[in-house]
Design a protein around this ligand. Structure first.
Ligand code: IPD
Length: 290
């Protein structure tokens, strides 16, 4: 794994956070206000993995706005059409995280926008430094920058976030998610069979970005998933870390496509050890991003 480059000294992280919030809000307005009754979909990696016309429009808007506000930065998005940059900073965006919820008009999806240093295509070679994760239908905006703490700003005001003070894994509520390929889902289900008796209960909400923010604000004690891409986790993982949660992967503190976990500090050691064992026993490698 390559090392993450040092943070450029003149980088204003609070300003990057403001930019992330601004563009996430604009994209959020678009996906709510212009959601058609009949959503056009196109299949991606499998026939259950779809992109809607609104995922594409949201990403186009994010690209346009970031080109104006941060013209020298690169953009990597879930949908086609990112762009290279010259500044060393990349905006990793998920224009709608939780597309299946959006498709069914369920109100648990997010626009996730994160500024990262390093190369987001290389595991372990990047890290998010500023982020915003917006749930457009509820108006809840989770945001953070490195060293600045995490906040939730919404219709009821703004507050700082702290992961739960839980210490008993058996009394912990753990979120997870599943990939789109049937063969990967079978392996993920086997892991779940072994995990479920060891925790209070499990939730599958349908947006990895919001699940990570849920650990940050105490709506979940822990979360894990195998098969996540950089755009699913970049924003939420910074919010979780800045709220005092621990985040990691198969080894150490670097989440990868093979395993991403986030947990309240009091259960992180036990949960991560269990997940590492169960992931290697049941899931193994989930392959290349797609
Ligand atoms: C998906 C969601 C879901 C997770 C999947 C992701 P998408 O992202 O985050 O919760 O379980 O692994 O692919 O496809 O809705 O952007």
């Amino acid at each position: 794994m390559s090392a993450v480059p040092a943070l450029p000294a003149d980088l204003d992280l609070a300003d990057l956070e403001r930019v992330a919030c601004e563009v996430a809000r604009e994209a959020g307005r678009l996906v709510v206000d212009e959601r058609p009754t009949e959503l056009g979909t196109t299949a991606k990696s499998t026939r259950t993995d779809v992109v809607t016309e609104m995922d594409q429009r949201s990403q186009e808007l994010l690209l346009e706005r970031l080109a104006v506000l941060r013209p020298d930065d690169a953009v990597l998005g879930e949908e086609e059409g990112g762009r290279p940059g010259t500044s060393g900073l990349t905006w990793v965006v998920d224009p709608i995280d939780g597309t299946i919820n959006y498709l069914y008009d369920m109100h648990e999806y997010a626009v996730s926008v994160a500024a990262v240093v390093g190369d987001p295509a290389v595991p372990g070679a990047w890290r998010p430094v500023a982020a915003a994760v917006l749930n457009p239908p509820t108006g809840e905006l989770f945001h953070a920058h490195t060293g600045g703490g995490a906040r939730l700003t919404g219709p009821g005001g703004s507050r700082s976030l702290r992961a739960n003070p839980v210490s008993d894994l058996g009394l912990s509520l753990v979120g997870t998610g599943f990939g789109y390929a049937a063969e990967v889902r079978e392996r993920q289900a086997r892991l779940l069979v072994d995990l479920l008796p060891r925790v209070r209960d499990v939730r599958r909400h349908g947006s990895a970005a919001l699940d990570l923010c849920a650990v940050a604000c105490g709506r979940l004690d822990g979360y894990y998933e195998t098969g996540l891409n950089a755009w699913d986790r970049a924003g939420g993982m910074l919010v979780a870390v800045e709220a005092g949660a621990l985040v990691g992967g198969p080894v150490g503190e670097v989440p990868t496509r093979d395993l991403t976990w986030a947990a309240a500090p009091g259960i992180a050691a036990e949960l991560s050890a269990l997940l590492r064992e169960l992931t290697s026993r049941h899931v193994g490698s989930v392959g290349e991003p797609g």
